[in-house]
Ligand binder design. Structure first.
Ligand SMILES: Nc1ncnc2c1ncn2[C@@H]1O[C@H](COP(=O)(O)OP(=O)(O)OP(=O)(O)O)[C@@H](O)[C@H]1O
Length: 272
């Protein structure tokens, strides 16, 4: 079925059914992910949260086509994730910005385009890279090396680099994990602005309850041993969200509910 202007596409942008991942070490097979089912709507912002080591990054790798599941099926825009990745429909951002230290911000943003967009000439690549740096508020820092940028600025460059290929889905694994608390909050507000402007589907792995509640429309809560999704929590906080959002009674209540779910999923242990 094709969606038209009259019939909006309501199919999930990403979905997973019966996904399991086993890792074998010294001949011993260990089930890391168990029977994962997920539906992620197009244009939504969703988070995966769960205790350390429960398999969040492994699930993100499966969704990104970096790891084939042992069992189950995954689709990104109706194709297998590996194919979606080859078609440059998936952008990735990791905890470390992984920028080339000898290249300035502009050249780092150009890097993937130079490899993947042979249809664009140098001027076009330059123009698009500047556009992306402007989108992330770094147009004045285009000539700076990564060592001359703060951690938050480096992460903005890596987001610009991922967006330069115009992916449909942005997948982020603890992108602000290495930043201090205030920079982290600023980056969350910045990320929501980017999401509002680009309307990409964003999938975020995080340990932070506050980050998940502030950013997401839906939070998938994972439990451990083996990792599974124990609940999908809709976040009904109004958009746009800003510093005042943290003070809303609904914010505190939702964060409390998420904390309780994480504690439950973690057994007797503490939440994130
Ligand atoms: N390539 C691998 N080979 C064997 N075991 C692995 C591999 N990758 C991950 N694991 C194991 O799978 C489990 C889940 O790891 P994963 O990194 O997905 O968890 P996580 O929830 O993202 O953790 P954290 O929050 O600490 O980053 C861990 O026990 C980890 O040791």
């Amino acid at each position: 079925m094709n969606a038209t202007m009259d019939t909006p596409d309501t199919r999930p942008h990403l979905w997973a059914r019966g996904v399991a991942v086993d890792f074998t070490h010294d001949g011993v097979r260990n089930r890391v992910l168990h029977n994962i089912a997920l539906d992620i709507p197009r244009g939504s912002f969703v988070s995966l949260i769960g205790p350390s080591g429960c398999g969040k990054s492994t699930l993100l790798k499966v969704l990104a086509g970096l790891l084939a599941p042992t069992e189950g099926e995954v689709r990104v825009a109706d194709v297998e994730p590996g194919e979606a990745a080859r078609q440059q429909r998936i952008g990735l951002v990791f905890q470390e910005a992984t920028l080339m230290p000898w290249k300035n911000a502009l050249d780092n943003v150009k890097l993937l385009m130079e490899i993947a967009r042979r249809d664009l000439n140098n001027d076009q690549i330059n123009e698009r890279a500047m556009e992306m740096l402007t989108l992330v508020g770094l147009e004045k820092s285009a000539n700076k090396l990564p060592s001359q940028l703060s951690g938050g600025m480096r992460q903005r460059v890596s987001i610009a680099r991922a967006l330069a290929l115009d992916p449909e889905v942005l997948m982020m694994d603890e992108p602000f994990g290495a930043l201090d608390a205030i920079t982290r909050e600023e980056m969350c507000e910045f990320l929501l602005e980017i999401w509002a402007r680009t309307r990409k589907t964003i999938v975020l792995v995080t340990h932070s309850i506050e980050e998940a509640v502030f950013l997401s429309q839906e939070v998938h809560v994972m439990a451990t041993n083996p990792a599974r999704i124990i609940e999908t929590l809709p976040i009904a906080l109004p958009l746009p969200r800003c510093e005042a959002t943290y003070a809303l009674p609904d914010f505190g209540m939702t964060a409390g509910r998420l904390r309780a779910l994480l504690k439950h999923g973690h057994g007797a242990g503490a939440a994130a």
